[in-house]
Design a protein around this ligand. Structure first.
Ligand code: PLP
Length: 448
């Protein structure tokens, strides 16, 4: 059975973010089921999913309520669009719920099918906004190196992933990147708060170099996820906010990972006290059960688009898809009823922080950090206290050892990252930490 799947996979399936040839030669692990915080492979192994799929299965696997919501909606109205003066209840109720959960100045949402589409929408809205304000030259969006904002051409251009840019052909014009607030790798040991302020100063320098009349928006994730679970120093966001206010530049906070409880608030922006003009969302919105994303639009931008904009020539076949919206709505209802976000803030986040910090004592670990239910371990060579030579692929080695021993922990270079389902229990956090430690031990043994 497994052999057949491998052969078919090799013959026909081009996987995302994969070396097609190498994957064909090595084969894949086949996942056949999942429950709670575990995925199950075709050999019957139960693997603790320390990444909640791709940072999205916030309510965990096997929630019948979400299955029922989809089934009911598919019987009633499986699909209809909201183009051309039509609407339907699931999308309207979801929009209302999202605006209630979002910061008070956000009262509108535009739906998309994914986070990438949400960021394409952001770029269109930002440029349209300034054009309507009579400032069409304000077009440039400043983003950050090593950020991830999706895989469409606009998402990839907004993102700061060098390997993606190298393959992407000409990027969307009018996007530039500044340094990221990655203290462990880029501070040369500077005091974290001073480093955070310096990274914010880089934003001001870029604005002045471009001319403030050219800059439309700044986009960033509250905590960089795919870049390596990079938690900025506390000084960073207040300093960024001050710069943006000074020059009248829109703030776009990409909440695709940090939204829906990951940092212990409904949105990462709330944790950092930000009032974004636009917030792209996806992933945890439906706990990944069905694909749906969107852009939460603050009053300043929404009112201009509505009052002065006329028709906005933009939308997707699956914008506000009724079945996806019904599942997202049920997901948010369950999260509210079960107090999931508060539990991350008051209980699970602090517990993970305490247990995760213990791993900092491991000789391979240069830093163990976490916030809410996102965390990272920076791997270093104990002999030198520096990073390993990249060609050794130590992060990938550790990741593969983890997987083989029953834990999904992702590697970004030599940074190991976790982002487990928000319904994880204390005992499962203990198991995660125990397995991570064992994987570090085995990694060290193989390198010796
Ligand atoms: N923005 C961020 C911060 C992400 O992490 C991702 C995906 O990982 C995206 C956008 C793109 O979302 P999607 O894969 O749904 O297109």
């Amino acid at each position: 059975m497994s052999h057949d799947i491998q052969a078919l996979d090799r013959a026909h399936y081009l996987h995302p973010f994969s070396d097609f040839k190498a994957l064909g030669e090595e084969g894949c692990r086949v996942i056949v089921g999942a429950e709670g915080v575990y995925i199950i492979d075709d050999q019957g192994n139960r693997i603790l999913d320390g990444m909640a799929g791709l940072w999205c299965v916030n309510l965990g696997y096997g929630r019948e309520e979400l299955v029922d919501a989809a089934t009911r909606q598919m019987h009633e109205l499986p699909y209809y669009n909201s183009f051309f003066k039509t609407t339907h209840l699931p999308a309207v109720k979801l929009a209302e719920t999202l605006c209630r959960l979002a910061p008070a100045h956000i009262n509108r949402v535009f739906f998309t099918g994914s986070g990438s589409e949400a960021n394409d929408t952001v770029l269109r809205m930002v440029r349209r906004y300034w054009a309507l304000k009579g400032r069409p030259d304000k077009q440039v969006v400043i983003a950050r190196e090593n950020a991830y904002h999706g895989s469409t051409v606009a998402g990839m251009s907004l993102g700061g992933m060098a390997p993606m840019h190298a393959q992407g052909g000409p990027l969307v014009p009018g996007i530039c990147h500044i340094r990221q607030p990655y203290w462990f790798d880029e501070s040369s040991g500077q005091n974290p708060e001073a480093f955070g302020r310096d990274c914010a100063a880089a934003l001001e320098e870029k604005i002045l170099a471009l001319g403030e009349d050219k800059v439309a928006a700044f986009i960033a994730e509250p905590v960089q996820g795919a870049g390596g679970a990079i938690i900025p120093p506390d000084s960073y966001w207040p300093a960024v906010k001050a710069v943006l206010d000074k020059y009248d530049i829109l703030l776009v906070v990409d909440e695709v990972i940090c939204g829906f409880g990951r940092l212990g608030e409904w949105f990462g922006s709330v944790h950092y006290g930000l009032e974004p003009d636009l917030m792209p969302i996806a992933k945890g919105l439906s706990s990944g059960y069905l694909p749906i994303g969107g852009v939460l639009v603050g009053d300043r931008v929404a009112e201009t688009l509505i009052e002065e904009g006329g028709e906005f020539f933009h939308g997707f076949t699956y914008s506000g898809h009724p079945t996806c919206a019904a599942v997202a709505l049920k997901n948010l209802e369950l999260m509210e009823a079960e107090g999931v976000v508060e539990r991350v803030r008051d209980d699970l986040g602090p517990y993970l922080a305490q247990r995760w910090a213990e791993l900092a004592e491991h000789p391979l670990v240069g830093e163990a950090r976490s916030l809410g239910l996102i965390g990272a371990l920076e791997l270093i060579d104990p002999a030198t206290g520096e990073r390993f030579d990249k060609s050794l692929g130590v992060g990938n080695l550790c990741r593969d050892i983890c997987f083989a021993s029953g834990l999904v922990m992702r590697s970004v270079g030599d940074t190991m990252i976790i982002s487990p389902p928000l319904v994880i229990q204390h005992g499962e956090i203990d198991e995660l930490v125990t397995k991570a430690r064992a994987a570090l031990d085995e990694t060290a043994r193989r390198l010796a």
